[in-house]
Write a protein that binds this ligand. Structure first.
Ligand SMILES: Nc1nc(=O)c2c([nH]1)NC[C@@H]1CN(c3ccc(C(=O)N[C@@H](CCC(=O)O)C(=O)O)cc3)CN21
Ligand SMILES: CC(C)C(=O)C(=O)O
Ligand SMILES: [Mg+2]
Length: 288
């Protein structure tokens, strides 16, 4: 363990912090492991296109997830369930092209790894070779440990995802997971299973804060919380939620840092009014 300067949340040994560090090469899973040793917290956001990803990359977000939340946040589906591997490959390739420093994690969509480890390896290989991601993510704890193990043996870093697993919405709904002694024990078994299988990090979605804190203390790999309280090593939010673009009511765990829906709506209305009223384009926007 290297010593951490608590005031600045920066490593005191001269190495680069995941967030706030000046390094320009691409972040690796090794950098992520070192951050946990230093007790450093880090942010993760979703991204679905090159332009948005470049904004987050330039802002210093060390890890970007090309989430299958693209299904409902980018492609107009109700849930993540219909998203295909072809769609994820196209979106992930765009995010890789738009970034230089962030580690890009590609979500394996529903149906691309449930058949077993061999299918999972074929799907993950597609994201690595055709999109250029540095890691993949898949849902499930004990039930996915064989998939995780084979991918890791093949040299593909895996981020696991336990607690609420949205690809199982038709079976479990969108409910808090790990409430009550039995469910808490299952979550602890899932967390240990993905670590033992070789995952480099694990997302904890919608689990009680106390349980997420316990998992974070027990595991040596970093935990990435979403609706899992303040004690996880990292926090992830869906970018359209935290920037106020997603329509409608937000889950309780979302903090809205901007109101892009309002900003964009107001701007496009002024454009429309300018066109209708003949005040755009002006002489300065015209060529002769
Ligand atoms: N826009 C968006 N944001 C997300 O965080 C997100 C997605 N889409 N799509 C994929 C999954 C699905 N997720 C979800 C979806 C719904 C709830 C939800 O309804 N939560 C409620 C009730 C929880 C309860 O009390 O049991 C909440 O208020 O948090 C939570 C996470 C998280 N992910
Ligand atoms: C919510 C995060 C963890 C995710 O899996 C996604 O955005 O698809
Ligand atoms: Mg996902």
């Amino acid at each position: 363990m290297t010593q951490l300067s608590a005031a600045q949340n920066k490593p005191s040994d001269g190495s680069k912090a995941l967030y706030g560090g000046k390094g320009t090469r691409r972040i690796t899973v090794r950098d992520i492991a070192l951050a946990k040793e230093r007790g450093e917290k880090w942010p993760m956001l979703t991204a679905y296109d090159a332009m948005t990803a470049s904004v987050f990359d330039e802002a210093g977000i060390p890890v970007l997830l090309v989430g299958d939340s693209a299904g409902n946040c980018h492609l107009g589906y109700e849930t993540t369930v219909p998203v295909t591997l072809d769609q994820m490959t196209m979106l992930a390739a765009a995010v890789v092209r738009g970034t230089t420093r962030s580690l890009i994690v590609g979500d394996l969509p529903f149906g691309s790894y449930q058949e077993g480890p061999v299918q999972a390896l074929r799907s993950a290989t597609r994201l690595v070779k055709d999109a250029g991601v540095g890691a993949v993510k898949l849902e499930g704890g004990e039930r996915s440990h064989e998939q995780i193990r084979l991918l890791v043996e093949a040299g593909i870093p895996v981020m696991a995802h336990i607690g609420l697993t949205p690809q199982s919405v038709n079976a479990m709904g969108y409910r808090v997971q790990g409430r009550g002694e039995e469910a808490a024990q299952q979550l602890l078994r899932d967390a240990k299973a993905v670590q033992d299988a070789g995952a480099f990090a694990v997302v904890l979605e919608l689990v009680p804060a106390e349980l997420a804190a316990e998992v974070t203390r027990i595991l040596h790999i970093p935990t990435v919380g979403i609706g899992a309280g303040p004690e996880t090593d990292a926090q992830v939010l869906v970018w359209t939620d935290m920037l106020g673009l997603t329509p409608g009511r937000m889950p309780k765990f979302v903090k809205k840092y901007a109101d892009l829906r309002e900003v964009m709506g107001t701007a496009v209305k002024s454009f429309a009014e300018d066109v209708v009223g003949g005040t755009f384009p002006l002489e300065e926007h015209s060529v002769h």
